[in-house]
Write a protein that binds this ligand. Structure first.
Ligand code: CO
Ligand code: CO
Length: 319
């Protein structure tokens, strides 16, 4: 967002571009604020229907990460001239079904000719202005809960290189197509401090956004971070996406790793995710309640770290 002209400041802009948050929030009445976001992705799997579902889940995620409830969506499509129209139709069908399951109304959209396929949605949600879950609310002593295992970027790279077993592809596809709706409902009911979703900057990159906005240090307990099957093996063979190295260099100055954190695990912690889980900061007295609610709604949450007073580095990774 840097370099964009500053929009007119309004006291109704509750969340703007300066806090590295997942979506913007605009108050339209004392009881109602809009949560707005846009996201689109290139294909991560070969099946167009699955890709459509994943694109939708991915686009809804930023609204869930703010504590909002998505309400409407507009599609954004890039599709090659003369491309197979059944692919387009399947993409749209997958996206439409995922939105319908989430209770979101598709109002329209826009498509352009593009050499590479792209698909996603601009999503509008609603939230009570006092119940926005921003990046800036993490408190010292909070615990961090992650709601989906990591490694999607590494597995997608393995898929492109034809190294991915079918069973793992199915697991990864299912995970990406799963929206963060249930996790978000559990989070809203549990009164948490801060939250974001894990996408292109990986676990550590998105944790850094919370650390910065909250002016705290975040410690990740690397050994307990859940990973998808095969991720460490592929990472050890150098099967990693291009964005991973960029994430690592970007995070380097802010991160301190214990010596015992093995190299492939370091890679997994900065692996770019598509439609990743929520990372939730929650007070120690509330964490059990949150975990119970997550389990009840079929979400496997894991406590992966803690929030500390601000130290010399914003991210610490323990072995
Ligand atoms: Co996000
Ligand atoms: Co986003």
């Amino acid at each position: 967002m840097e370099g964009l002209p500053r929009a007119t400041r309004s006291r109704n802009v509750l969340i703007g571009p300066d806090t590295w948050d997942d979506a913007g929030v605009y108050r339209i009445s004392p009881r109602l604020a809009l949560v707005q976001t846009v996201d689109f992705i290139t294909p991560v799997v070969n099946d167009p229907y699955d890709y459509g579902r994943i694109a939708a889940a991915n686009s809804l995620s930023d609204v869930y990460a703010m504590g909002g409830k998505p309400v409407t969506a507009l599609s954004i499509v890039g599709f090659p001239e003369g491309g197979d129209i059944t692919i387009l139709r399947e993409m749209m069908r997958g996206g439409g079904i995922a939105l319908r399951e989430a209770g979101v109304a598709l109002l329209g959209g826009h498509s352009v000719r593009d050499r590479e396929i792209k698909f996603g949605f601009a999503v509008t949600g609603e939230v009570h202005p006092k119940r926005v879950i921003a990046n800036s609310g993490a408190k010292r002593g909070d615990l961090l809960v992650l709601t989906k295992p990591l490694g999607i970027g590494i597995l997608a790279t393995a898929l492109k290189r034809r190294l991915l077993p079918d069973a793992t592809l199915r697991t990864a596809t299912r995970q990406m197509a799963e929206t963060n709706r249930a996790a978000a409902e559990a989070m809203r009911a549990a009164s948490v401090s801060a939250a974001t979703d894990i996408t292109g900057f990986g676990l550590l990159g998105h944790a850094l956004n919370i650390a910065r906005a909250s002016k705290k240090t975040i410690r990740i307990w690397s050994r307990v971070v859940p990973l998808l099957p095969g991720v460490l093996e592929f990472a050890a063979q150098g099967v990693v996406p291009g964005g991973l190295g960029a994430n690592r260099s970007y995070l380097e100055p802010e991160t301190r790793y214990d010596e015992g954190v093995p190299e492939p695990l370091r890679a997994a912690l900065v692996d770019p995710q598509t439609s990743g889980g929520l990372l939730i900061a929650v007070g120690p007295k509330r964490v059990d309640g949150l975990m119970r609610r997550l389990t009840r709604s079929g979400v496997r949450g894991e406590v992966v770290g803690e929030v500390l007073a601000r130290g010399p580095r914003l991210i610490e990774v323990t072995a």
